[in-house]
Design a protein around this ligand. Sequence first.
Ligand code: ARG
Length: 471
Amino acid sequence: MKLWSGRFEKETDNLVDALNASIGFDQRLYREDITGSMAHARMLGACGIISPEDTDAILEGLQAILQDVEAGKVQFTTDHEDIHMNVEALLTARIGEAGKRLHTARSRNDQVALDLRMYIRARIPKIVDLLLGLEEVLCGQAKEYQTAVMPGYTHLQRAQPISFAQHLLAYASMFSRDVTRLEDCAARLNECPLGSGALAGTTYPIDRWQTARELGFDAPMSNSLDGVSDRDYVLELLSALSILMMHLSRFSEEIILWCSWEFKFIELDDAYATGSSIMPQKKNPDVAELVRGKTGRVYGDLVSLLTTMKGLPLAYNKDMQEDKEPVFDAIDTVEMCLPVFAAMLKTMTVCTGNMRRAAGKGFINATDCADYLTKKGMPFRDAYAVTGRLVAHCTAQGKTLEELSLEELAAFSRLFGEDFYEAVSLESCMALRVSYGGPAVSETTRQLEAIEAFVSARRGQDHPGKPNTDQ
Ligand code: ARG
């Protein structure tokens, strides 16, 4: 018989039970559910709402259930629809009458909101940790390749010379933002919905500050309707994870391009590549392709919950039971992608010669040629036009800018001198880009130090995304 069956004359149809049951997936919330219930019971006892004996019996019973679940001794059942009903039924079966008092001054609506907040709060530090690990790999690789010239692209056309380090550190900057987005999410979600009741609080003299404090929250949520109907924290997490996956996906796209014969900027380690069942020569970048592919899945998780929430009147609606699977899926996906991606980057071989050769073609020093004339006094727009004509001339002659003789150059401008060749050499084009944020070694060194400081500030220190050790 269902815990809520009081007013019903018939059993629910089996099809309804199947549709309604969430225990198949929300059992992942068992730890948060039991921890939350223990805090609730302690508060009920402290406020004199239940007796000290009942409080003790409930706490012992819940503790024993938690141990049994962790030891794999508990079989959850769809007879009790969700994790909250399962735990309550198990408790009452163990301790009798007292178990039936646990749900005083509480609803599953505030209970599930609490559980999911605690679950997300507990999982964020792991994702942050994986991101920091990835940033460490990027820093390690960037250090090796600060002077490795590669073509920087816009429109996937060779544009200006950069270093491979500069390219990798661009991604490290993105992952730093992903970390702070997750930290923001963890900080903002840290208000406790417990005590909101079904939607309108309760007539019992509860102490919401006590439960909030015990469960590691900064404060109780201020409005009980908002307490049970808010899922912003889930959407913030899914948004942060979607953006994170978008970064991984852009990076994957580049890895895939770089592995192709057309680029051959990198070679993946055998352990992070796969073969073809028919083409013996193939070495495929499946890791990067799968990460790129799984990005769609995480976006789907975000869009599915945004869609679920968009038409819901206040306060709780059963639609909101659909919030959990997207969260679990997105977290699992990100946790699967990050470590393998980091390992793939750590073990790749970088073909600096190919990068350098690619940078040698495509007139990626044309801006530097225009800058050379500008520094000699010509207005930039005129220098730009002269350089454009030079590029056309070189294209017709099958030459690069630095292969032109001084006589040829003189036909385009009298300002060209011996120092031109040094000014447009790829190495100096890169080394002279010392503006803040640029690819010169002094600047990539500064970026590296900043990222290393960002990472080490979060390793072993207190920050919003840090695991709550009480849980
Ligand atoms: N399993 C439900 C959920 O995930 C718990 C809340 C149920 N509340 C209710 N009034 N039916 O949302």
